[in-house]
Design a binder for this molecule. Sequence first.
Ligand SMILES: [Mg+2]
Length: 116
Amino acid sequence: MEEIKNRLRKFADERNWDQFHTPKNLVMALNGEIGELTEIFQWLDSDNSKLENLSDRDLARCKEEIADVFLYLVRLADKLEINLIKEGNNKIDINAEKYPIDLSKDNAIKYNQRDE
Ligand SMILES: [Mg+2]
């Protein structure tokens, strides 16, 4: 993660692009890339969105757009001094509490929509 973060810093510094990399602009760019990723799947039915059914062309596009999303997310987290690995792990812990196995196995009911 540090290597990618530093490569992105260097890439931006060499182009004097740091001035454009405000959190607001990075969120906009991230959303644009998520839109490009969404476009690949938007007319596929669920079965055709699975790896074994994706065309080579669509899989190649996924790789490119997922990389774009990842890079903007890393850059955004860097600008906000957020440790992505630490926060990702923290969120998994929070989700494990929200979704205990005995209440969540084999269903996709949101934690606040359960009948209790
Ligand atoms: Mg893209």
